[in-house]
Each structure stands twice: as structure tokens, then as C-alpha cells.
Design a protein around this ligand. Structure first.
Ligand code: FE2
Length: 402
């Protein structure tokens, strides 16, 4: 959650924009960023290339994503394709690509990662035209080098890939695919299963990926994205904006120049009880990706579809919908339909957005998903944070962690 909201110009005192008594209407005022690094586009970005997850059993997880979320299992890489150490499944839906990877022995990187963190995101990969330049330009500005540029050759051409580190054990690969026209990457073969029929659910692309970091680390990573990747601070919220009776958090959103890539960062703030960010950090055993938001052009259809497949979403209190017309004004959708499906709405100066959050998608209460439809709005639903947090806290209380 917590991605973002009320932006403020730098160097101004924190002015809470939410009205503490409601779900908060943070009227965002856009935050012009004075970061000089943005003036020079040393890291041109085409978009999210893929998100890779390290999981305990990729073969089974692939069917979970196919069944519940409507992904096509499009490719496979493993011992049979010349990769003896790990099995990976490529999932695809419109412009979203997920890769699920499981190591095949105890000393593989993915097994060690999964043992510590549980199933989770390892790599938010970014598509670039020049993976060598991306690596050189970011590392010379202080990015942590993870993978020197490597060329991966195959029948369908070549991929150049490099990678840098970010919070926790998470990385960003830079993927250059200008000389490649195959399925995904050399090493992946098409996945064939005539009995698996998946209908897409209307999920179109990755809208944003949110990271949870330790108290005191948000500023470190805000600076890291600004300095090493030239990202700007699009928005931020303080704990005055986002707090419930029990917990609070602070959030800032970093994005590249044209906002194709958006990385909100959450940091726990002092609260009466353990915040949901702390619960995540405890169970994930470190900093990592809290949620991945996927964009749809018709959230009502998508959520109906996902619910019919069995996807479980967080519940929004009825009172939220009673207050909705007053909070967001006129919208195209029927509020009773939104109430029925538990879809939330938030407005910002550019328009409004509709969103809903799933429950955690593995046994540890860590990673979850957001489904979002944007009708002009460029922000992240700060006005919904309070309602969302309260919903998450109800689940947290059931687990005995509140
Ligand atoms: Fe989000």
C-alpha cells in the first residue's frame, strides 16, 4: 500500500494534507523535484521488462498465477534447456512478464533467498536500449554492481543484461533486447500444456512496485534512486497522512522522468502497536517488495473475473462506501457495484483512480498485489491508505501480530 500521495515541494515544512478523521483526502500538490540528476537523461528507460520471483516451487506457483490471475505460462528454462541449477517459468499477460524461479539444490542463490525471505520478488527488471551504458552510468554514480554486462546469445538473437542492487536482496536488471526477437530470452523454450487453458483477466502492465524498508532507510533509497538512476521524488506522505490508531508509515515515490517506472518506498513510523510494515520486515527477514500493482482498463470486469477464480481481496468497510460520493465527487462507476466488489476510489488533481488489494499471496504475510485503473490520476490512492491500513490490520490481528 502505501504508495504515495501528498506531494510537497522540497524544503517546505510537512503539511498534512489528509483530514485525519476521514479516509484522508490528501489533495496532492505535485512535487516539482529539484534533483539536478534528472536534467541529464543518463538512463533512458523503456519500461518494466519483467519481475522475477524466487519461490519454493516454481512449477506449482506457475499454475497458481495461471489459474488465479489469468497468466499464460509461456516459457520454461531448466535442466532440459541447458540450465541445470534452476527451473524458471515465464508468465505473460498483455505487457506483464513474471518469471518464477526455483533453485534445484541447497547451494543455489534462489534457494538461499527463498529460505530466508520466503517466496518474494528478487528482480524488478528494467528494459533499456543499452544495458552496458545503464550499468556504467549507474555504478559510476554509486549503484551497487550485481552483474557486469553479459551477452546471452541464442538462435533468436542476443540479450545484454546487467544488474545493480537496491533495498535488501532485491536487484534491478537492465535488459537490452534490441537484437533479440525470440520468446523472452535465450534459454527459455515455449511451454506446452494442451490441458492448460488460461483466459487473461485484463491485467495489462506493471503500474508500480512498492518496497518496504527499515525505519531510517527510506531517505537512503530515495537518494540512491535520485543519485544513481536520476529518478525524481514524485510524491511523499508523512505519518500524519497515513496513520491509523495503531500504526503509521511514511512513504515517498521515486520515478524516472516520464513516470513509466514508479517505485514507492515505505518506512514504518512509530505507532502504538507493530505496524504492518514492521510485520512485513519481520516475516520477510529484511527489506523487500511489498506489492506489485497491475494496471487494468476495466477494474470492475477484472475484479469480477479474479473473484470468480478465487482471488481473495482485502475487505473495505461499508462505511467507506457511504462516504465515497462526498470524498471523490462524481465518477463514471456505480458506487453500489464498487461496494459489492470492494473497489476503492481516490481522486487527485489530474483525475481519479480505482484500486483494490489482494491478501498476501504466500503463507508469509509479505507480498501482495494491487489491481489499479487510472482515470487521469497519476498518484497512488493516498486517500485510501487509512481504509487500507485498517483492513490490513484486521488481518494482522487475526495472525496475532498486532
Ligand atoms: Fe500501490
Amino acid at each position: 500500500m502505501a504508495d504515495s500521495v501528498a506531494p510537497e515541494p522540497e524544503a517546505e515544512p510537512d503539511v498534512p494534507t489528509g483530514d485525519g478523521a476521514s479516509t484522508g483526502d490528501g489533495a496532492p500538490t505535485a512535487a516539482p523535484d529539484a534533483n539536478p540528476a534528472t536534467a541529464e537523461d543518463f538512463l533512458p528507460i523503456n519500461g518494466t521488462d519483467y519481475v522475477e520471483f524466487y519461490v519454493g516451487n516454481a512449477k506449482q506457483a506457475a499454475f497458481y498465477y495461471a489459474h488465479y490471475f489469468g497468466f499464460e505460462i509461456a516459457g520454461y528454462r531448466g535442466p532440459e534447456t541447458g540450465h541445470p541449477d534452476a527451473a524458471s517459468y515465464l508468465l505473460r499477460q498483455n505487457d506483464i512478464r513474471f518469471v518464477l524461479t526455483t533453485g534445484l539444490g541447497p547451494d543455489t542463490e534462489s534457494v538461499r533467498h527463498q529460505q530466508k525471505h520466503g517466496d518474494g520478488v528478487k528482480d524488478i527488471a528494467i528494459c533499456v536500449d543499452d544495458a552496458r551504458s545503464a550499468f556504467n552510468e549507474t555504478t559510476k554514480r554509486g549503484a551497487t554492481a550485481v552483474q557486469e554486462p553479459e551477452v546471452i546469445e541464442g538462435e533468436d538473437g542476443r540479450i545484454v543484461r546487467s544488474a545493480i542492487g537496491t533495498y535488501g536482496d532485491t536487484i534491478h536488471s537492465f535488459v537490452e533486447r534490441t537484437d533479440y526477437d525470440g520468446l523472452f530470452m535465450p534459454g527459455f523454450d515455449p511451454y506446452e500444456n494442451e490441458f492448460l487453458q488460461t483466459e487473461p483477466a485484463g491485467l495489462r502492465l506493471v503500474d508500480h512496485c512498492v518496497g518496504n524498508v527499515y525505519l531510517g532507510d527510506m531517505e537512503t533509497y530515495v537518494n540512491y534512486y535520485a543519485e544513481t538512476m536520476g529518478f525524481k521524488n514524485m510524491l511523499h506522505f508523512s505519518d500524519d497522512d497515513i496513520s491509523t490508531e495503531y500504526s503509521a508509515l511514511m512513504s515517498k515515490v521515486m520515478s524516472n522522468g516520464d513516470e513509466i517506472i514508479k517505485f514507492p518506498l515505505n518506512e514504518p513510523a512509530e505507532g502504538e502497536k507493530k505496524s504492518q510494515i514492521e510485520e512485513y520486515l519481520d516475516f520477510y527477514q529484511g527489506e523487500g517488495v511489498q506489492h506489485v500493482a497491475m494496471l487494468t482498463d476495466d477494474i470492475i470486469e477484472t475484479v469480477r473475473d479474479l473473484r470468480s477464480r478465487g482471488v481473495e481481496f482485502l475487505e473495505t468497510p461499508d462505511a467507506y462506501f457511504d462516504m465515497l460520493p462526498e470524498r471523490v465527487g462524481e465518477i463514471d462507476e456505480d458506487i453500489e457495484v464498487l461496494r459489492d466488489l470492494n473497489i476503492q476510489v481516490d481522486r487527485d488533481p489530474d483525475g481519479y483512480l480505482l484500486q483494490i488489494f489482494t491478501k498476501p499471496q504466500q503463507d508469509r504475510p509479505t507480498l501482495f498485489y494491487e489491481v489499479i485503473q487510472r482515470k487521469g490520476a497519476r498518484t497512488f490512492g493516498a486517500g485510501n491508505f487509512k481504509a487500507l491500513f485498517e483492513a490490513i490490520e484486521r488481518e494482522q490481528a487475526k495472525r496475532g501480530n498486532l
